[in-house]
Design a protein around this ligand. Structure first.
Ligand SMILES: CC(C)(COP(=O)(O)OP(=O)(O)OC[C@H]1O[C@@H](n2cnc3c(N)ncnc32)[C@H](O)[C@@H]1OP(=O)(O)O)[C@@H](O)C(=O)NCCC(=O)NCCS
Length: 182
């Protein structure tokens, strides 16, 4: 999945070291927005940090344990979607974020759909999970929109800038994908 069109204005592209300046600039512009729910912006202080993140995800790709894709909208990097893979159990976990200005356009929902197709098709995974902080309503809406089942709530297992929150685990099995039309 080097490059995959989501619609006429949006595409997924494998993140490569040459994208590090764009990635850092997007994070830098969105620190306050992202750090409400995610810890990584505080550990991303330079373009080199973004390059190291991309290189670590490329190493994971080589090992078969993950991948990270940029979500590009109208030629600009809008966000990131990634998959962490547990090869023995053929289980994957999707994570995502968008720059604040790119929310509300369905970009992450479309990106998830494409990544789930890839996970169950090409990668032959058996199960995909999405983990969300209980209070992160926008994030929870993504798996709920895609037909995931809420399977577990781990009490106070999730770091957020507002303090510990419950962690909601959503799961989807290969045989449940794609969901029947609504
Ligand atoms: C979580 C996050 C990615 C969700 O972003 P989002 O824009 O709400 O999600 P999507 O890109 O799927 O867009 C869905 C929105 O676009 C609208 N939309 C427009 N066209 C759409 C389409 N074709 N398909 C689906 N939704 C569409 C939906 O109605 C929804 O808007 P609403 O919330 O006003 O109803 C974003 O809020 C974010 O990055 N937050 C900070 C980081 C974070 O929390 N990451 C997740 C950690 S678990």
């Amino acid at each position: 999945m080097l490059r995959h069109a989501l619609d006429e204005r949006t595409e997924l592209k494998l993140l490569e070291p040459r994208h590090a300046p764009d990635l850092f600039e997007l994070i830098d512009r969105n620190r306050e927005h992202l750090r409400r729910w995610l810890a990584f912006p505080d550990y991303t202080k330079s373009v080199d940090d973004s390059r190291r993140f991309i290189e670590s995800r490329l190493k994971a790709l080589a090992r078969g344990t993950g991948l990270a894709l940029g979500i590009w909208h109208e030629g600009r990097l809008a966000g990131v979607i990634g998959l962490r893979i547990h090869p023995i159990s053929r289980r994957g976990e999707i994570g995502y974020w968008l720059g604040e200005a790119f929310q509300g356009k369905g970009l992450v929902t479309k990106a998830c759909r494409a990544l789930i197709d890839h996970a169950f098709g090409e990668l032959k995974l058996h199960r995909v999970e999405i983990h969300c902080a209980a209070r992160n309503a926008r994030s929870r809406a993504v798996p709920e929109r895609l037909g995931f089942r809420q399977e577990a709530v781990l009490r106070e297992a999730c770091w957020t800038a507002q303090g510990l929150d419950d962690l909601v685990i959503y799961g989807l099995l290969a045989r449940e994908w794609p969901p029947p039309p609504a």
